[in-house]
Structure formats: structure tokens, C-alpha cells
Ligand binder design. Structure first.
Ligand code: TV7
Ligand code: CA
Ligand code: ZN
Length: 406
């Protein structure tokens, strides 16, 4: 018996709809909605649903999405599919959004940075509209539970798509569910703190609120050139000096913690707890949104950090200790079995449960996903071993100290 118990003194609500699982961005595309299936299997296998209110998410409405996004973009997203894409591109009000082609572009881009080319970051795929409006609906449902005081912590692992812009898809993100959520939170809470532990910079959220002193955005991310090539790590923004739009009331309400590859648990903990702690002290938020992108874990297919599921979870616990209304969202995460481990562990932390390290493989469908692979063998917190790709640690403690002092 695992002995899952309800949290004492607070409520947690879990927002999900299994229809997001069947989606395929494309054969080799790193974003795999199947990681959400694995997460669900672990959460249910451990019995964590007994510790929360579970809500079946409903799709967001177009009107709700228009609260941030361009109306033409919303119409396009609602109608687009691989079958309708070509004819929609001919519609004049959509065609005006087609970006000019550069000579070294490898993929053909259509309106709003969308494309049917196989190598595109933001492909048009079957069921895409359903998927977008569902993950957004799940985030807005979770937000609604918070703003109506029906829960203290709300979770949506299918949300957290931080790169989407007002009229442009970017970096696997189409609808910015985070921005929409924060807009709803602002109706009730005077100040909202947004914290982003995805390995990529939370540029879409930062940009949306760059003139808004009631929202502080704080992103931790890999920043700078790759080791060999001179290309910048996506999206290339989020310098330490980037603190919000200069000359506006939003100046100083954006914080960025740029990090080199290979950061370890101790260094990440030091940065996260010092900077987040001071941000909470100074800004005095009335609610917090935490984007928990799992591509900051060691062994991620795209990320370049070396942090463990334990330290990733420590970030959630640290934020939870503030006792403020909290929205927990997913985001990136490209080694599916590790994404599921991290988000299941964090669901347990939100509900004050401690899970045994041995995954109850007899209760979990597809136990093969958690056994025998490079790091696994049925453990929730697999230690790094000789098979884990390790990125050389380029972070010097003095650099980290400098950022904390700033
Ligand atoms: C929140 N990295 C999203 C992170 C978005 C990262 C990128 C890929 C990638 C795309 C593929 C693919 C890939 C192995 C990796 C400059 C480019 C280079 C497309 C190949 N394999 C989040 C976005 C990032 C698509 N994009 O924060 C189809 O990697 O670096 C770039 C841009 C131009 C486009 N090309 C990549 O985690 C959810 N893309 C395979 C097939
Ligand atoms: Ca980040
Ligand atoms: Zn990411």
C-alpha cells in the first residue's frame, strides 16, 4: 500500500483531458504529447487522484483566446488542419501574415509562422485545433478554480506554452495559455509573479507583460552560444540586463537568469532559492504561476542542464512554501519517461505526499517505459549513470554569485 493522503490545510485541483494525448506533431518532432499519457499513468498508478479534485478540461472558446491573441490568428487556429492549410493561406486577411522568405530558410513558412513542412518548429498537424483549444481550456479551468477560491493549487501539465506571441506561433507553442491565465488572475489579484524553470527563456510571457508593473516575470534558462557553432540557444533572448521595457512603468518587472550548459543541482538550488526568494520579498505577489518545463532535467533530448527530478521538485516545494495561490503548469520536456517522473513527483509534492522511489509497475500501464532504459529500472528518481548524456558544466560559482548579488 502506498498510502496516498489528502493534503492537510489546502486543496489541490488537477485539470486534464485525455484527448490531448493522441496528437502527433510529426515523426521526428521532439514535442510528444504522449509524455502526458505517461504522466497520467504514473499519477493514477501511485493513486494521487485520491489526494486532489480532478477536473475534465473543456476547450477554451475563441473569445477567451482573443483576450490576448490577434482575432485573425485565432480564426486561423480554429480552422486550420493539414487539409485546410493551403486554401486558408489564400484568404487575403491571413495571407497578409505570411513572412517574407529569406534565402537560407530551410522550411516554407505560411501565415503566423505555421508550416506544413516536416522540419518546422510549429507544424500544422491533424487534430491541432482540438489540441490547442484543449490545453488552453485546461489552463483557464485551473485558473477559474483559483480565482473563485475553490482551490489553493491548480495543476495543468498540458499547459505552459510560453513562446506563443500575439499573432505568431513560436517554438512548439501556438496559444499562450500562460498569458491568458495571468490576464484572468489580474481581475482578482493585485500582483502576479510568473516563474519559469523550462530550459528555454519564457519570452512570450515576458513580452506580453513588459509594460505591466502588476506582473513580474522571472525565467531561468540556458543562454548563449552553443559550444561548437555560434548559434544561440533558442529563442536567444533573456539576457541578465533584460529587465522589462525601458522607460515604461514595466521596467524592472522582468527578471532573467541566463545559465550556461551543464548546471548541477547545488548551483541551480543556490540560484533559484536566492533569486526567487528575493523576488517574492520585493514584489509581494498575491498569486504565483509556475511553469515547470521538464527540459531543464539532465538527460533531456533538447536541454543542456544536469539537474535531477529531486532538484526540479525542490523548486516546486520552495514556491509552494510561500503559501500563495499557485497555478502549476507543464511546458517543455523531451525525454518522455523523465518528464512523467518529474511531473508525477511534483503532483505528489503539491499534495504533501512522499512517493516510494520504486514505481508500482504492476499498477502502471506501459511499465516498459520506466524499465531498463538508459536511466530507469523502475525508479522515480533514477540516478545519473554512465548512460546519461552529461553536458560539461560551464557555470563558474563566481558567475552565479554575481547574478544573485545583482
Ligand atoms: C516550450 N530546438 C519549446 C522549445 C522550442 C525550441 C528547436 C528543435 C527541433 C525542431 C524540430 C525537430 C528539433 C532536434 C530543437 C532555430 C531553428 C532550428 C527546425 C528543425 N528537431 C519549449 C525551438 C527550437 C522540428 N527552435 O520552451 C521538426 O531539434 O532552434 C530553433 C529554431 C529553426 C527551425 N529548426 C530548428 O520547451 C514547450 N527546434 C525535428 C522535426
Ligand atoms: Ca525558463
Ligand atoms: Zn523548453
Amino acid at each position: 500500500e502506498i498510502g496516498i493522503t489528502k493534503p492537510k490545510g489546502h486543496k489541490v485541483s488537477f485539470h486534464y483531458n485525455s484527448r490531448v494525448e493522441d496528437m502527433h506533431f510529426g515523426k521526428t518532432h521532439p514535442m510528444k504529447p504522449w509524455r502526458l499519457t505517461l504522466t497520467k499513468h504514473l499519477v493514477l498508478g501511485y493513486g494521487l487522484h485520491y489526494a486532489m479534485d480532478t477536473h475534465e478540461a473543456v476547450s477554451a472558446g475563441k473569445d477567451q483566446v482573443r483576450a490576448f491573441h490577434d482575432p485573425d490568428y485565432v480564426d486561423f487556429l480554429a480552422q486550420v488542419s493539414p487539409q485546410t492549410f493551403a486554401s486558408l493561406c489564400e484568404v487575403p486577411r491571413f495571407a497578409q501574415h505570411i513572412p517574407p522568405k529569406h534565402e537560407n530558410d530551410t522550411v516554407d513558412l505560411g501565415p503566423f509562422n505555421l508550416s506544413t513542412s516536416p522540419g518546422a518548429d510549429c507544424p500544422v498537424f491533424d487534430g491541432m485545433s482540438t489540441y490547442l483549444f484543449l490545453y488552453t481550456g485546461a489552463t483557464l479551468g485551473a485558473t477559474q478554480q483559483l480565482t473563485s477560491n475553490q482551490t489553493d493549487i491548480a495543476i495543468n501539465w498540458s499547459g505552459g506554452l510560453h513562446h506563443a506571441h500575439r499573432a505568431e506561433a513560436s517554438g512548439f507553442c501556438y496559444i499562450n495559455d500562460i498569458v491568458l491565465s495571468i490576464l484572468d488572475l489580474l481581475r482578482v489579484y493585485p500582483r502576479v509573479l510568473y516563474i519559469d524553470i523550462d530550459v528555454h527563456h519564457g519570452d512570450g510571457v515576458e513580452e506580453a507583460f513588459q509594460r505591466q508593473p502588476r506582473v513580474m516575470t522571472l525565467s531561468y534558462h540556458r543562454y548563449g552560444p552553443y559550444d561548437e557553432t555560434q548559434h544561440k540557444f533558442f529563442p536567444g533572448t533573456g539576457d541578465l540586463a533584460d529587465v522589462g521595457l525601458k522607460g515604461t512603468v514595466g521596467e524592472h518587472f522582468a527578471l532573467n537568469v541566463p545559465i550556461a550548459s551543464g548546471i548541477n543541482d547545488g548551483q541551480y538550488k543556490y540560484l533559484f532559492e536566492n533569486v526567487t526568494g528575493r523576488a517574492i520579498e520585493a514584489f509581494k505577489p498575491s498569486a504565483i504561476v509556475l511553469q515547470c518545463g521538464a527540459d531543464s532535467l539532465g538527460g533531456d533530448r533538447l536541454g543542456q542542464f544536469n539537474i535531477s527530478t529531486t532538484q526540479h521538485g525542490e523548486c516546486v516545494s520552495f514556491v509552494k512554501r510561500s503559501g500563495l495561490p499557485l497555478l502549476i503548469l507543464g511546458g517543455g520536456g523531451y525525454t518522455a519517461r523523465n518528464v512523467a517522473r518529474a511531473w508525477c513527483h511534483e503532483t505528489a509534492l503539491a499534495t504533501d505526499n512522499t512517493l516510494p522511489d520504486s514505481i508500482p509497475l504492476d499498477l502502471v500501464p506501459r511499465p516498459e517505459a520506466f524499465q531498463g532504459r538508459a536511466h530507469g529500472d523502475g525508479k522515480l528518481h533514477p540516478p545519473f549513470n554512465k548512460n546519461t548524456p552529461v553536458h560539461n558544466n560551464q557555470n563558474k560559482d563566481v558567475d552565479l554569485e554575481y547574478m544573485v548579488k545583482k
